[in-house]
Design a protein around this ligand. Structure first.
Ligand code: NAP
Length: 277
């Protein structure tokens, strides 16, 4: 790869996170920019939590075209933005910012990235299905809202910290137009997980934890949001013949959608896939 040529006209985008060292996004985005001959460059920015406001101000002062936002800033960044897309507002988390002539607009492409990766090629249709999701953080919020909007039959949110799961469920119940009883929260434990798995069609891990020794069943579809490795959960699914999907396809799709928001062209899904092969 010859690399992106940086000129006086080059538009700068990037990612705000802590850590950012292992992010795959620079590789994905710069490959697509180069192949599409777009005058953009994507840079990782290590932003410590206490510097978040300064970093957002720098988007304006340095005239960056936009950024992705990752752990731990997806929710805390919201008060510093000028506007949210309706989807980011509903989810309460932002993973993409567009700098529109100094006005910072927050978007969420994790949600469409997730549902596209889950449903493409007829993999899994969540409508009227029973879902158990582990986690209540930034990505869990996007996934949960998408599933509620896709009319799942039931969604149980399990989290290590039960208060956070309860807050997420109350938020979803407030914005959901259908029966509120179909969304509930429980504290994560081995016993609760074992019991919930017996009664579900889709199991989602939306935490960075490996989730080894989960008692899976072959008829359950397993989705793990982690994209950097094949997790113990995905390995177990593979071993017992359960359909499964890791987070890489979601990562590619959310990235392609973010790119499209900055450049105005079609999401470059295939080029981003190519970059990570
Ligand atoms: P986050 O906002 O920090 O939330 C982390 C969640 O994981 C919380 O619910 C937390 O529970 C839980 N958790 C953390 N460590 C745990 C452990 N050891 N055991 C049980 N639960 C644990 O992070 P996030 O942004 O949602 O990201 C979560 C994962 O999804 C990360 O691995 C990230 O890389 C991945 N992700 C993937 C994509 C993709 O496109 N595929 C996009 C975004 C994120 P508490 O509330 O108890 O702390």
């Amino acid at each position: 790869m010859s690399g992106v040529e940086i000129k006086g006209t080059t538009k700068i985008v990037g990612i705000f996170g802590d850590p950012v060292t292992y992010s795959l996004s620079p590789k994905m985005h710069n490959h697509a920019f180069e192949r599409l001959n777009l005058d953009f460059v994507y840079v990782p920015f290590l932003v410590h939590p206490e510097q978040l406001k300064n970093a957002v101000d720098a988007l304006r002062s340095l005239n960056l075209a936009g950024v992705n936002v990752t752990i731990p800033h997806k929710e805390k960044i919201i008060p510093y933005l000028d506007e949210l897309s309706p989807l980011a507002e509903k989810i309460g988390a932002v993973n993409t910012i567009v700098n529109k002539y100094g006005k910072l607009i927050g978007h969420n492409t994790d949600a469409p990235g997730f549902i596209q990766s889950l449903t493409e090629d007829g993999k899994f249709n969540p409508k009227n299905r029973r879902v158990v999701m582990i986690g209540s953080g930034g990505v869990a919020k996007a996934i949960a809202l998408t599933l509620v909007e896709a009319e799942v039959k039931r969604l149980v949110v399990l989290n290590r910290t039960s208060d956070t799961a309860q807050t997420l469920v109350e938020h979803l119940q407030k914005i959901s137009k259908t029966d509120k009883n179909r969304i509930s929260a429980l504290e994560l434990s081995d016993a609760v997980l074992t019991q919930q798995i017996r009664d579900c069609d889709l199991l989602i891990n939306a935490t960075p934890a490996g989730m080894d020794s989960v008692p899976l069943l072959p008829e359950i579809f397993v989705f793990d949001a982690v994209y950097a490795k094949v997790t113990p959960l995905l390995l177990s699914a593979k071993q017992i013949g359960a359909p499964h999907l890791g987070g890489l396809q979601m990562l590619i799709r959310q990235g392609a959608l973010s790119s499209s928001l900055w450049t105005g062209i079609e999401p470059p899904i295939d080029l981003m896939k190519e970059a990570l092969q």
